[in-house]
Design a protein around this ligand. Structure first.
Ligand code: N01
Length: 539
């Protein structure tokens, strides 16, 4: 216990209790140790890795290149770890998570199979009391929610779901033992990033695959490849420059913007630029290739037309191609997917596209999926239906702040935070990659490292000044929420029916949840810190 934090510090089991042992939780624990704070992680699962532990569906890879989707805080770590593929597979990413845990000796301060059920602030004592579903009670002077953004699968309610007699899977909760679809009729519901990655591999095994598509997504071919020793050596030599470029960039990945407007270049040049991203499997780079691509409807249309053409080239049946092309959907405002042979899969004789936007699913029966008068009989159903993103993980259990205020009430009209890191009324509670931070609209590692380091410096400041409490001021929070919205409203993002907007979960408030701009966000956080943590009440 770090009793030197204050002359009379509140008594708690730990200085810092961290919820979640994904990237954020592991790095937070490491940072707490550097500060001499006692810290402990409560992790729901049996292993580190967070979403990369639970997600293990066939075809799963990250959509950020492996050499960038990794920690940069330790030069030795990034030199000693060698990624084998351009876009790492889930097993390799999980291996990396375990490597990090072991290398920094983190496991001794993690309790696994400890799913937090409540966190309540005791205002008088100035401590957080945390309970787990397993009945454990732990207290901390600070609590860090490292619960991730895409960790709570969205509830899908279709009449008759419980009646289905076949096998049921969800991409976000895939079994550890590989599933064998050989000789089976399989239905996949959902065509976002998860469905698009799983579908080609399931199609290779299944006797027949039915893809139930409500909304098509734009997808780029991953063009995955093994990394050569020369390439890896070059990256390792240039890591410092690469990471610094990432930190300053809009999405935390170095990528050029060629012109302020798509209309500043000729049609031919524009096509070449789009092709250079498409043919090299670079979805984030495509999104930022022109300054107005995500801002202006007409500008965005040029990318829509380009991607539609590429889909038509790949799909043999023109009618199927048209159904796979998103209509009235901006490129980039719904997550751009990354695939291997997704569109080509619809040329296979054992794959059928079921357009449930035209003919919705009415019911799941004992034997399959009923759409109007048509029953599609299947042996297995795979739900690739996504997540209750960003707020879901923080509202999955009870968080009670000052005066018994509940987070779910404070966020009834949508999430509010200061910098995505703290919520007014919830002293000493930090949210890593919380709503209002860049997180999901960036290379997560880049954002996580920045969030954790900022919070750690704040904890260090409190420690040095012998202070014990920090809280977001309500007016500063209001200003931040207004700024997040102002930035979002200058783009096309709020016009998309996407999970970024909470639009995928019935009844969820429609609010653009992430903050757009890794580089600008970092600058703002640095200024707030320099101004003595402007907007935060510290005592
Ligand atoms: O989820 P999604 P995801 N009936 O929400 C459909 C990250 N990720 O798991 O749009 C029928 O994108 C839904 O249709 P609609 C990445 O950030 C990254 O695929 O609601 N269909 C949609 O097609 C990604 O964006 C990686 O009309 C229903 C699909 O299910 C995020 O996770 C890999 C339905 C859900 O798509 C989420 O991706 C995987 C219903 N009731 C995930 N409900 C990589 O790094 C939903 N759908 C590569």
């Amino acid at each position: 216990m770090a009793d030197d934090l204050n002359n009379t510090p509140p008594r708690a089991d730990f200085d810092v209790v961290i919820v979640g042992a994904g990237w954020s939780g592991m790095y937070m624990l490491h940072q707490c140790r550097q500060l001499g704070l006692s810290a402990h992680i409560l992790e729901a699962g049996p292993s580190v890795g967070g979403t990369w532990y639970w997600n293990r569906y066939p075809g799963l890879r990250c959509d950020v290149e492996s050499v960038q989707y990794s920690f940069s805080f330790d030069a030795a770590l990034q030199q000693e770890w060698t990624w084998t593929e351009r876009y790492a597979t889930q097993p390799e990413i999980l291996e990396y998570a375990n490597h990090v845990a072991q290398r920094f000796d983190l496991l001794r301060d993690i309790s696994f199979d400890s799913k937090v059920s409540a966190a309540r602030f005791d205002d008088r004592a100035g401590i957080w009391n945390i309970e787990t579903r397993q009945g454990r009670k732990v207290s901390g002077r600070f609590v860090v929610m490292a619960t991730g953004c895409l960790t709570v699968p969205k509830d899908v309610i279709i009449p008759g779901m419980g009646d289905f007699k076949g096998e049921v899977y969800h991409t976000a909760r895939w079994p550890k033992t590989p599933v064998d679809f050989s000789g089976k009729r399989v239905g996949v519901i959902g065509t976002g990033s998860s469905g698009i990655q799983a579908i080609p591999l399931i199609a290779e095994q299944a006797e027949h695959l039915y893809v139930f598509q409500r909304t098509p997504s734009y997808s780029l071919p991953a063009k995955n490849r093994e990394l050569t020793p020369d390439y890896v050596a070059e990256v390792k030599r240039n890591y410092e420059t690469l990471r610094n470029e990432a930190r300053a960039h809009l999405v935390g990945i170095p990528a050029p913007t060629y012109a302020a407007s798509v209309f500043d270049v000729s049609d031919e040049e524009r096509r070449e630029i789009y092709a250079s991203k498409y043919d090299n499997g670079l979805p984030f780079a495509l999104m930022v290739s022109f300054g107005d691509l995500l801002m202006d409807e007409k500008a965005n249309k040029t990318a829509q037309e380009y991607l539609a053409e590429r889909i038509r080239e790949k799909v043999e049946d023109p009618e199927i191609a048209e159904q796979l092309i998103p209509k009235e959907q901006f490129v980039g405002t719904r997550r751009l997917c990354l695939d291997t042979n997704y569109y080509e899969t619809f040329n296979r004789p054992n794959v059928t596209l079921k357009n449930i936007a035209k003919k919705p699913i009415d019911q799941i029966t004992e034997t399959g999926v009923r759409m109007g008068d048509e029953l599609v009989e299947v042996d297995c159903l795979v739900f690739a239906t996504g997540y209750d993103a960003m707020t879901g993980p923080l509202l999955a259990f009870e968080i009670e702040g000052k005066g018994g205020i509940k987070l779910k009430d404070a966020w009834a009209e949508g999430p509010k935070s200061l910098l995505g890191l703290m919520v007014s009324g919830f002293p000493n509670l930090f949210t890593i990659t919380g709503p209002g931070s860049p997180s999901v609209l960036s290379n997560m590692f880049c954002s996580i490292e920045q969030h954790v380091e900022w919070v750690s410096r704040l904890l260090g400041h409190l420690q040095q000044q012998k202070l014990t409490r920090v809280e977001a001021k309500p007016e500063a929070q209001e200003n931040w929420v207004a700024h997040v919205n102002e930035v979002a409203n200058s783009t096309l993002f709020p016009r998309g029916n996407t999970w970024y907007m909470g639009a995928n979960v019935p009844g969820k408030p429609r609010v653009f949840m992430p903050y757009l701009g890794v580089g600008p966000y970092r600058q703002i956080c640095d200024e707030v810190e320099k101004d003595g943590y402007r907007g935060f009440a510290i005592s």
